[in-house]
Design a protein around this ligand. Structure first.
Ligand SMILES: NC(=O)c1ccc[n+]([C@@H]2O[C@H](COP(=O)([O-])OP(=O)(O)OC[C@H]3O[C@@H](n4cnc5c(N)ncnc54)[C@H](O)[C@@H]3O)[C@@H](O)[C@H]2O)c1
Length: 332
C-alpha cells in the first residue's frame, strides 16, 4: 500500500483493545492520534488533521477540516450519527464517508433501558438520600404499567421496543418517518402488547415515558422545547440517548425546575463535555455521551472504522458506505 497518513480524532481509541490500532499499523498506514486525549473542537481537528489522507472521526463537526484539508479522501466515522459530517460537501469534494451503523446498537439499547428503570424507580434519588442518612423508599411506576412513547424506530428504537416487550407495557406509542408497522407487529402482536403509530404530539400528551431515537437533522433540531413540554403529562419522563440538540436544553431546565414534567435522563448534549445548569437539578440523571461505551461496542466500532480505512486505501469497496438516503436526509 502507498504511504497514507491517517488521523484518529476520536478518544479513546484502541484503549481497551489494541487490535484496531494494530491492524492499521500492519497495513502500513502512518497513524496520528488525538494528542489532547479529550473530545477535540472542530478547529483542533482541522489543525491536527490538516494534511492527512483519511480520518477516523468521533462526533466532532468536520466542516472546518474539510475546508482546510484539500487532500482528505475518506472519513471513517466511529459510530452511526452523521450530524457532524457535512455529507453534501463531502460529495462535492469526492470524499468517501463510511460509518459503523450496527456496531453501536445494543450498547445504546442497554443504556436506554437502564436509564428508564433508574429514572422511573428513582434509583439516583435513593442513592443520594441514603448517603445523607435518609430512607424514604421512593416509589415509582413500573415500565409494565406505563404507556411508553418511542420516537424513531430504527436500529436502537426497534430493539428498545423488543426489550421493553418483556416488561409488557400498557401500550407503546411510536413515531417514525417510515411505516414500520409490520416490523413492530412481528415483535409485539404475539405478546399481545398494544401499540400504535401516531403523530409526535399524541406521544407528548399521552406517554408516561418518552424515549428519543431519531438522528439529529434539520427536522429534529430542537424537536422538544417549551411548546412540546407544555403537552407532556406532569408525571411524564423524558430520555434522550440520541443526540444533543434534539431537546432544547434551556427549555428542559425550565420544564424540570417548574415540575412541568417529572424527570429526564440525558446522555447527549449540544456542547460536550456538558457544563450547563442541568447539573443543578435533582429530577434529572446525566451521563457522559456513553451510549457506545461498552467494551464490545468500542471494539466493534473501532475495528469496523479501521477496516474501512484499510479497504479504501487498498482499493477495495467499503463495507458500510453511508447510503444515499442519509445524504438526502441532511438536505434542509
Ligand atoms: N448515546 C450514544 O452514545 C449514541 C450512540 C450511537 C447512536 N446514537 C444515536 O441514537 C440515535 C438512533 O440511532 P439508530 O442506530 O437507531 O439510527 P437509525 O438510523 O437506525 O434509526 C433512526 C430512525 O429515526 C427515524 N427518523 C428520522 N428522522 C425522523 C423524524 N424527523 N421523525 C421521526 N422519525 C425519524 C428514521 O426513519 C429511523 O427509523 C441516533 O441519533 C444516533 O446518533 C447515540
Amino acid at each position: 500500500m502507498k504511504h497514507y497518513k491517517i488521523f484518529i480524532s476520536t478518544y479513546p481509541f484502541g484503549f481497551y483493545d489494541s487490535e484496531p490500532m494494530r491492524i492499521l499499523e500492519e497495513a502500513g498506514l502512518e497513524i496520528f492520534t488525538n494528542p489532547l486525549k479529550r473530545k477535540l473542537t472542530p478547529l483542533e481537528v482541522a489543525e491536527f488533521a490538516k494534511d492527512v489522507d483519511g480520518i477516523i472521526a468521533g462526533t466532532e463537526d468536520l466542516t472546518p477540516l474539510i475546508q482546510k484539508n484539500s487532500k482528505l479522501k475518506i472519513i471513517s466515522r466511529v459510530g452511526i450519527g452523521l450530524d457532524s459530517v457535512p455529507l453534501q460537501l463531502c460529495k462535492d469534494r469526492r470524499i468517501a464517508v463510511a460509518y459503523t451503523p450496527d456496531a453501536v446498537t445494543m450498547a445504546v439499547v442497554e443504556l436506554t433501558i437502564g436509564l428508564m428503570v433508574t429514572l422511573t424507580r428513582k434509583v439516583v434519588l435513593a442513592h443520594q438520600e441514603l448517603r445523607t442518612g435518609g430512607w424514604s423508599r421512593f416509589t415509582g411506576k413500573r415500565l409494565g404499567e406505563s404507556t411508553i412513547g418511542i420516537i424513531g424506530a430504527g436500529r436502537v428504537g426497534m430493539n428498545v421496543i423488543r426489550i421493553l416487550s418483556e416488561f409488557k407495557p400498557k401500550k407503546i406509542l411510536i413515531n417514525d418517518l417510515k411505516d414500520k408497522t409490520k416490523e413492530v407487529a412481528s415483535i409485539l402482536e404475539s405478546r399481545k402488547i398494544e401499540f400504535q403509530f401516531v403523530e409526535k404530539e399524541e406521544i407528548y400528551g399521552n406517554a408516561d415515558l418518552i424515549s428519543l431515537h431519531v438522528p439529529l437533522t434539520s427536522k429534529t433540531k430542537n424537536l422538544i422545547g417549551r411548546k412540546e413540554f407544555d403537552l407532556f403529562q406532569k408525571e411524564a419522563f423524558l430520555i434522550n440517548t440520541a443526540r444533543g440538540g434534539i431537546v432544547d436544553e434551556s427549555d428542559l431546565y425550565e420544564a424540570l425546575i417548574q415540575k412541568r414534567i417529572a424527570g429526564a435522563a440525558i446522555d447527549v448534549f449540544e456542547t460536550e463535555p456538558y457544563k450547563g445548569n442541568l447539573i443543578e437539578l435533582d429530577n434529572i440523571i446525566l451521563t457522559e455521551h456513553m451510549g457506545s461505551c461498552s467494551y464490545d461496542c468500542r471494539l466493534l466500532m473501532e475495528r469496523g472504522s479501521a477496516e474501512e480505512i484499510i479497504r479504501f486505501f487498498s482499493g477495495k469497496e467499503l463495507l458500510n458506505p453511508v447510503p444515499e438516503e442519509e445524504y438526502q436526509n441532511q438536505i434542509v
